[in-house]
Every structure is written in C-alpha cells, then in structure tokens.
Design a protein around this ligand. Structure first.
Ligand code: UDP
Length: 420
C-alpha cells in the first residue's frame, strides 16, 4: 500500500466531508431532537467514548443507545475533523490490531466503507481488514463518491441483523441459513465421509418464484440436503419477513474456493451442463489453474440419453458433481438420479459455467458489492432476462408481502439438516 496520500486528495476530501456532514446534520436535526426526547430516561442516552481518529489521534466523543443520536454524533466527529464520511470504521483503540492501525495511518477512519456496503448487501465474504486494505490501496475521490452513493442504495436493504435462525422458511421452501465458509466446510466434511452423499441447491428470487408455481420443484428443493440463499432478492425478502438471511451464498462466489479445496485434496470434479464449447473452455481453464484438481469428466447439458450420461458420471465417481443446466432442470436431474450418480456432493449451479468459461462476463465488483449483479445480467442479456428480473422481481415481492400478511405456500417436508 502506497503510504503517501496526495495533499490535494486530503484537502478535497476534508472540504467534502465538512459540507456533507453539516448538510446531513441539519437534515437529521429534527429526528435527533425527537430521539432525544423519546430516550430521555434511557440510561445509555449519552456516554463518553475514546476513539482513534485521523492520523491515529485519540479523541473523546459520545455514544448513545439511540442509533439516530449515535449517527448524528458521528457527523459531528466528521465536522470536527476527527473522521471522514468514507473510511475504515471509527473504532476504539482496543479494537484495532497493528495492521488496522497501519491502514488508519494512511486513510482517516470514516462512517461508511467497503465492508459496510458488503455487510448490508450480504456479500461480506472477506474479513473487515481485507476490505479496509482494499479501500486504502484504491483510495481516490471517485471511490469515495461511489461508496457514498452506494451507501444510500444499500441502506434500503435493511439494517444488518445480529441474530439468525439456522433455517429460514420462505415461500414454502426451507433455506439453510449459513455462510459461504460453513457451506464449504459442509462440502469438505461430506467429501471426507463425515456426512453424505448430499445434494445442494442455490435459490434466488427467480427459483423461489418457480417453486411457488411448480409443486414438484418445491418438493425437490425441500428434499435437498442443503438449500442456500442466493442473491439480494432473498436477502430483502428475509428482511421483510423478519427472517434475516446470514449471507448471499451463491455458486459463482463459492466456486473458486471449492476448486482451491479440491486442488488441495486432489479431489475429483465432474462438470455437467451448458453448451459443449462452454464446458470445454471451463475444463481447459481448470486444468491450467488447478493442476492438482482431478477433473474426472466434463459433458455438456444437452445429452440425448440420460441413462448413458448418469453412467458416465457414476463410472467417474466424483467427489463433487456440478450440474449447470438451469433451475429446475438441474435440481430435478440430480434428485431423480440421486441413487445412481455416485457423486459425494451434487450441486446445481445454473449459469456458472457460462461465467467461468468467459462466455458471459460477471458484473464488476462494485455492482456485486451493492446488490446490483442482476442489473448487469439484465443489461447483458435483456432478451432472455427481462421477464426474470423486470417482471419476476415484482412477482417475488408480491409473493413475499403476501406471505408476510399470512398467505402460506405449503409446508416444507424434508428432514432438517443443521450445520454450523
Ligand atoms: N442448459 C443446459 N441444458 C439444458 C438447458 C440449459 O445445459 O437443457 C444450460 C445453459 O446452456 C446455460 C445454463 O444451463 O449454460 C442455464 O443458465 P441460466 O443462466 O438460465 O441459469 P441460472 O443461473 O439463471 O439458473
């Protein structure tokens, strides 16, 4: 990380902070006054706190049990020059390790940053220190502005939850509410023979719409070992239903970690799905990038004889079988052939092969961090995706609100699988 921060950047950032903090403070004043009156008798209304500010200077500020008052105080901290609007989290000295202090020596602490966005979009796959380091390395006024605008957007997704249930019911489907790390651990344990064989499915808003309309698909999902919450739509629905979703666990983000794990264990992977040139391109890429991973088969998803295809997979006996044929075809293929596939873990991964083969470009990181990946997919393939997103998102919202107000979409009927 370059330690020299240009004076012009520091000066413009300071002026910008001052203007934004003062204007926002004026705007929130009536809310602060209201919160103050409402919490007048609360023991934790105002308490002193020692924080680490700009250039690692320690300063005394206040904190409050009321979030509105606490936020207003932080704006005052920004106006006083101790912090910035955008920057690594303003913290107490005892919370900061040497590496976190080092980052705050280069960039002032702030109120919102990359990890703040990622937590609210449910894609905080890396620790806070890694996000802060990324911010410090890329620091620029353009990035600050982009983080501020995205902060306004992700605020709409609801407050980050602190308590989660191990499973969440949504539109008649039971979702296993776990992190990407737990899902990987589960897969590794299955390969090591601690559980399994298992079937894993990812469900996004579109899948849940389909599950409402197709009873068979819903049944298949509910008899799947692990159903993971994919995408911002499921996260928002979780907030609306007061059943918070822990993390966006999608196949595309999980895939590189899965490959690393298989590479480490010299595990066997079978790829099934997509067009022949797509699966071949992906297979070639994996052979180069993960030389110790044993690619025991790769076949496209347009086979004529299912029995022949299943036998090819069973003969290869993969640790992990990825089926990329879209939902619900892939889940039903796995479920129908569960007893004869011979794979320890079978996972339906939708368009994953298209992304990693390079056929379709994945949304840039800033869009993924803001829950906007679906917008990118819509722009890329409007002809195919308009119905899924422009119509489907509203249908999903309507189904969710209906569930909130008492509509039932059928009870899940599979046994509970509890992990982590
Ligand atoms: N596909 C397939 N066989 C089929 C139908 C589809 O292999 O009979 C492939 C298709 O080529 C594409 C993927 O399945 O690679 C579906 O991608 P989509 O984006 O629809 O999946 P999603 O992630 O949205 O479920």
């Amino acid at each position: 990380m370059a330690e020299d921060t240009p004076y012009s950047y520091r000066l413009v950032k300071r002026i910008f902070d001052l203007i934004v903090a003062c204007v926002t403070f004026l705007f929130v004043c009536p809310f602060v006054a209201f919160a103050f009156i409402r919490n007048l008798r609360s023991a934790g209304l105002l308490q002193r706190v020692a924080l680490v500010g700009r250039d690692l200077v320690r300063f005394t500020s206040l904190t409050s049990s009321s979030a509105t008052i606490r936020r207003a105080i932080r704006l005052v901290d920004v106006a006083r020059g101790h912090a910035s609007i955008v920057g690594p989290r303003l913290a107490r000295i005892e919370e900061l390790r040497e590496d976190a202090l080092h980052i705050r020596r280069v960039v002032p602490p702030g109120l919102v940053c990359l990890q703040w966005l990622r937590i609210r979009s449910n894609v905080a796959f890396v620790p806070e220190i890694a996000s802060d380091l990324e911010y410090a390395e890329k620091r620029s006024l353009k990035l600050d502005l982009s983080i501020m605008v995205r902060a306004l957007l992700v605020s709409l997704y609801g407050k980050p939850a602190t308590h989660f249930t191990s499973t969440v019911q949504m539109l008649g489907v039971r979702i296993d509410n776990m992190t990407q790390g737990h899902a990987l651990e589960y897969i590794e344990n299955t390969i090591d023979g601690l559980v399994g064989p298992v079937q894993i499915a990812f469900v996004n808003a579109d899948c849940l719409n389909k599950a409402v309309a197709h009873r068979e698909y819903r049944r298949t999902l509910n008899s799947t070992s692990l159903v993971l919450a994919d995408g911002i739509g499921v996260k928002i629905a979780g907030s609306l239903l007061s059943r918070p979703i822990r993390q966006n666990v999608n196949g595309t983000d999980l895939f590189p970690h899965l490959c690393q794990m298989l590479n480490r264990k010299a595990g066997k992977l079978f790829l099934l799905g997509a067009r022949p040139e797509v699966v071949e391109a992906l297979a070639n890429r994996l052979r180069i990038e993960y030389p110790s991973l044993s690619l025991c088969g790769a076949a496209d998803g347009y086979f004529a004889d299912e029995d022949v295809q299943v036998k090819q997979i069973a003969d290869a006996a993969p640790d992990v079988l990825l089926v990329a044929m879209g939902s619900p075809i892939q889940e039903q293929f796995i479920s129908r052939n569960a007893d004869r596939l011979g794979a320890k873990v079978s996972i339906g991964v939708g368009g994953l092969f298209d992304f990693y083969s390079g056929r379709i470009r994945r949304a840039p990181r800033w869009m993924r961090d803001s829950g906007l990946e679906w917008v990118y997919r819509l722009i890329q393939e409007p002809g195919r995706m308009w119905k899924r997103y422009l119509v489907g998102n509203f249908v999903f919202l309507a189904y969710t609100l209906a569930e909130k107000f008492g509509v039932s979409y059928g009870e899940p009927n599979r046994e509970q699988v509890r992990v982590g």
